[in-house]
Design a protein around this ligand. Structure first.
Ligand code: LLP
Length: 437
């Protein structure tokens, strides 16, 4: 599953003990395994090799430029959702030919950047956006490639949180599928646009491969409708949504998804079509942990609390979606290695609420979690934090964003320094002048 493992009673990332990472870089710190990240990308690509997709890693999951570059070097493209993410992909050295841009509310400036760099595809989400893109294309003297993002009205399975369900009727994403053929024709009639694809992203995470099969069926019916109107669709972008194992064995494997998807698209690919995927979580989640430290233990009524130095500003998923993240001390008492990490059943666990330092009652990372006893100063690892961890951090309560460290075997490299108090105030002008621009 990943390169985080307990050996000699302590947690390692590849050949580096996390104890040493904490000593050197402090906590809280995001720690990524280069080999897990690359391995996941390579194995994902292998699972789908019969349809030779362009795999655009979704930068919203993990956007540090070092890591985007690492994936880019493996051949990955990047799925972006803002001018900021497009900037990151370009800084990382990713070829614009492998960059796509989605987003329901792109600004004119964001579209203009995409047009100027002639990126692989702009995934448009409304009639008005198509009109704006056409105007910008005219002004720039370019012919951008676009895909119509459609809402196929498919309910994912019940484990997909409501907050990340994106393709049922009435949500803000995409164009209702029954209006998409007309919009494709309108775009094709504009000499400044090159409509070439249909984009669909059903939700995140999707645990049932059959949901993708259903989406493909609807997209293929739409493609037939578009063909009947005399236009050709050459790209199908199926988005992301492939799950990660937050608990071991909790998600189907990539082969299960490939089995549901590939046979349905092989004909399209044989006919010259290009398939695009935008996976984020499935590649990155288990490639990173958040390394934190216990500050205090306390009792609240009947409950045992550990207060750690990472809260909802450092990892928001539990507070925001009630998400489960496995966590465990880095050097557990009595060598209590968790069963899910090749340990034996552990006795003497304590039921802890794990909370952060932020002034919100929702600042919980876990409630009533059975963990080995911990004391102040102990390190704790929050697993499966590589996706939507660092990218969703904030400065609420003027908390500082964590450092990010990349491990390659026995080497630990700082790839983003911890924020400082000066960073917090750097953009705020203290001399009475108004900000410009
Ligand atoms: N493509 C599009 C158009 C998307 O909207 C998303 C995610 C992805 C690709 C990547 O999805 P993935 O493969 O990572 O599941 N913050 C939430 C997840 C929000 C996902 C938003 N869109 C979380 O922490 O679970």
């Amino acid at each position: 599953m990943d390169e985080f493992s307990y050996r000699d009673g302590t947690l390692w990332c590849e050949q580096t003990p996390l104890r040493e990472v904490a000593e050197k870089f402090g906590t809280p710190t995001y720690v990524y395994s280069a080999s897990t990240l690359v391995d996941h990308y390579v194995r994902f690509a292998k699972a789908f090799e019969s349809i030779n997709p362009l795999i655009c890693f979704s930068a919203k999951a993990l956007s540090n430029v070092h890591l985007l570059r690492l994936l880019g070097e493996q051949g990955a493209g990047i799925d972006t959702v803002s001018g900021g993410e497009l900037h990151r992909a370009l800084v990382a050295g990713v070829d614009p030919e492998r960059i796509v841009l989605a987003g329901v509310g792109k600004s004119a400036d964001e579209l203009r950047e995409a047009v100027r760099h002639d990126i692989r595809c702009v995934n448009v989400e409304s009639e008005e956006e198509v009109a704006l893109l056409a105007r910008i294309a005219r002004e720039e003297g370019r012919r951008p490639r676009l895909a119509i993002r459609v809402n196929p009205d498919i309910a994912p399975d019940l484990r997909t949180p409501a907050q990340t369900t994106t393709a049922i009727r009435g949500v803000k994403f995409g164009v209702d599928i029954e209006r998409a053929a007309e919009l494709f024709s309108a775009a094709a009639a504009d000499g400044h646009l090159r409509p070439e694809g249909i984009h669909v992203h059903i939700g995140s995470p999707i645990f049932d491969p059959r949901v993708y099969a259903m989406a493909i069926e609807r997209v293929q019916a739409l493609i037939a409708e578009i063909a009947a109107a005399g236009h050709e669709v050459t790209t199908i972008n199926l988005g992301g949504g492939f799950p990660a194992e937050y608990a071991e064995g909790s998600a189907p494997g990539w082969d299960d998804f490939a089995e549901a998807i590939c046979p349905r698209l092989e004909g399209f690919v044989r006919g010259g079509g290009q398939v695009i995927f935008e996976p984020g979580r499935t590649i990155a989640a288990n490639a990173g942990i958040l390394l934190a430290a216990v500050r205090y233990r306390k009792q609240a009524g009947e409950r045992e609390l550990v207060v750690i130095d990472a809260g909802m500003t450092h990892i928001v998923r539990a507070a925001m979606y009630d998400s489960y993240h496995f966590m465990w001390p880095v050097t557990p008492v009595n060598g209590a290695i968790p069963q899910s990490r090749d340990g034996r059943p552990v006795d003497d666990l304590v039921s802890y609420d794990v909370v952060g330092p932020v002034c919100e009652s929702s600042d919980y990372l876990a409630k009533g979690r059975a963990l080995p006893a911990m004391v102040s100063g102990d390190l704790i690892a929050i697993f499966t934090a590589g996706a939507y961890g660092m990218t969703m951090t904030s400065n609420y309560n003027s908390q500082l964003r964590p450092a990010e460290v990349l491990i390659r075997s026995d080497r630990a490299k700082l790839i983003r320094r911890r924020e400082t108090y000066d960073d917090l105030t750097a953009l705020e002008l203290l001399d009475g002048t108004e900000p410009t621009g």
